[in-house]
Ligand binder design. Structure first.
Ligand code: ADP
Ligand code: ASP
Ligand code: MG
Length: 441
């Protein structure tokens, strides 16, 4: 439901709405940048909008806090990890509220437990279950107070302990708050001015997308485009939250009234909002260096063998991504290769070592110097040859493919890590995504 109030001022029609504005780590990296954020907030407040702001920790802060936990003990208690890493957002939410107050804007900070933002008990990667936005809305109405909410954190209501939402989780905090407040839009301010066809820091010729569908963004995020946390896109799609990605380092008029069309940044929208002319075969390319490859040799070729590998891994809560199993010939055994998150590698090797007898493999190898490259696009549904073009392009550059997975709108390959940037660049060109190509059209 759109919550808007129309005000007639002479000939101009001003649409006032409710906005969630999220600012990532580089946008709040120091006090000067927090002042810059406050100016963005002021602009929206001055335009008459009710504003809830969600902030990340200062750039690098969460990494430092995570490192301290590891230093204190590699096998630390996840509840205490959450108590430590949630502190980065506590600092920035308080600082932004102070700066806003100094500019004469009513504002207060909210920690996850204060609203509260209730989550599951999965410490370090908790899911938001429920948000109580009533008090924020009351304060919008009573005194136009800006809510400055610490991203990334919530509370487990059963144990009263602080939880965090997984790395990059402030995006999910913002979308969830936008859904709870029935905001007109959730603006994700970051250090790039939108979602690009690939990471613009790797391919300078990457092209900015003015719109991208939830489905494509979900797929891009899940295969490594870290501009939005995957869960935030899934939630936006489910709750139909309009999301926009834009830069906090650009001034520019901000058209909260989308009816005039000229929005900055990239809008994440339903498929019906993208007309056929705008649709490309491939929307984007992403890479992910966070997976490790495991190979088990000479696994007996019999029913149940594959289950004997993946059941203990599933029981240990380890997600397996790509899987390659060769067909056994005369030997009666086969090699099985698959990938797991690098952060889970040690546990996966330990689990497989313990299950050696029940699986019956001969050797266990692993390789962390791998990278997953994915091409994503809804156009793939109706076009053959996307995967073939990918394999050909990589082959011509001498890049060997170690594993492949596909979905309806995605093809992923595993390659040697050293070739990551080259692979992304040549594929970007091969699919006609380079910015020059568009200019020439
Ligand atoms: P924040 O701290 O604001 O949350 P992140 O570092 O999490 O920012 O995400 C922004 C970064 O995402 C950009 O700096 C960019 O390098 C990276 N990125 C990866 N893929 C893409 C893409 N397809 N489009 C835009 N940015 C991307
Ligand atoms: N500060 C947290 C992180 O670095 C959450 C976020 O920035 O989204 O992962
Ligand atoms: Mg982020």
């Amino acid at each position: 439901m759109r919550v808007t109030i129309l005000i007639l001022t002479g000939n101009a029609r001003v649409v006032m709405g409710r906005l969630v504005m999220k600012f990532g780590g580089t946008s709040v990296a120091n006090i000067d940048r927090i002042r810059n954020v406050a100016r963005h907030v002021k602009r929206e407040v001055d335009a008459g909008h009710d504003v809830a702001v969600v902030v990340s920790a200062m750039a690098g802060k969460t990494n430092e806090l995570v490192e301290w936990c590891r230093d204190a003990s590699p096998m630390h208690d996840a509840r205490e990890y959450d108590a430590v890493v949630a502190s980065g957002e506590q600092v920035t939410s308080g600082l932004l509220a102070i700066v806003l107050q100094g500019m004469g804007i009513q504002a207060r900070s909210w920690q996850g437990w204060q609203l509260p933002i209730r989550t599951s008990d999965a410490h370090a990667s908790a899911r938001i279950v429920e948000i109580d936005g009533a008090e924020i809305v009351n304060r919008f109405k009573d005194r136009k107070e800006v809510a400055v909410i610490a991203g990334f954190q919530g509370i487990n209501p059963h144990t009263n302990r602080i939880t965090t939402l997984g790395r990059g989780g402030s995006d999910t905090s913002a979308v969830a708050i936008a859904a709870a407040l029935r905001a007109d839009r959730c603006d994700i301010y970051t250090d790039v001015d939108g979602v690009y066809t690939t990471d613009p820091r790797i391919v300078p010729r990457a092209r900015k997308l003015s719109k991208v569908t939830y489905e494509e963004m979900l797929e891009l995020a899940s295969v490594g485009a870290k501009v939005l946390q995957t869960r935030s896109v899934g939630l936006a799609m489910k709750e139909k939250v309009r999301v926009r990605v834009l830069s906090s380092f650009e001034e520019g008029r901000d058209d909260a009234n989308e009816e005039n069309g000229g929005h900055r940044g990239t809008l994440i929208v339903g498929e019906e909002e993208i007309d056929d002319m705008e649709r490309q075969l491939i929307t984007g390319i992403a890479h992910d260096k966070n997976e490790a490859k495991i190979t088990l040799t000479a696994v007996p070729d019999r029913p149940g063998a594959v289950a004997s590998i993946f059941t203990p891994l599933a029981d240990a809560g380890i997600n397996v991504d790509m899987i390659v199993q060769n067909v056994a010939h005369s030997t009666g055994s086969t090699d099985v290769t698959f990938t797991v998150p690098k952060s889970e590698l040690a546990r996966a090797l330990d689990t497989l070592g313990k299950a050696k007898e029940s699986i019956g493999y001969v050797e266990l190898f692993h390789d962390t110097r791998v990278s997953k490259i994915s091409v994503v696009g809804v156009g793939m549904r109706s076009h053959a040859g996307v995967a073939a073009a990918m394999f050909k392009t990589l082959g011509e550059r001498g890049i060997n493919i170690q594993a492949i997975t596909t979905s309806e709108i995605k093809v992923s390959v595993l390659i040697e890590e050293d070739y990551t940037e080259l692979a992304v660049r040549v594929l970007h060109t091969a699919y006609g995504l380079d910015a020059e190509d568009t200019a020439a059209e």
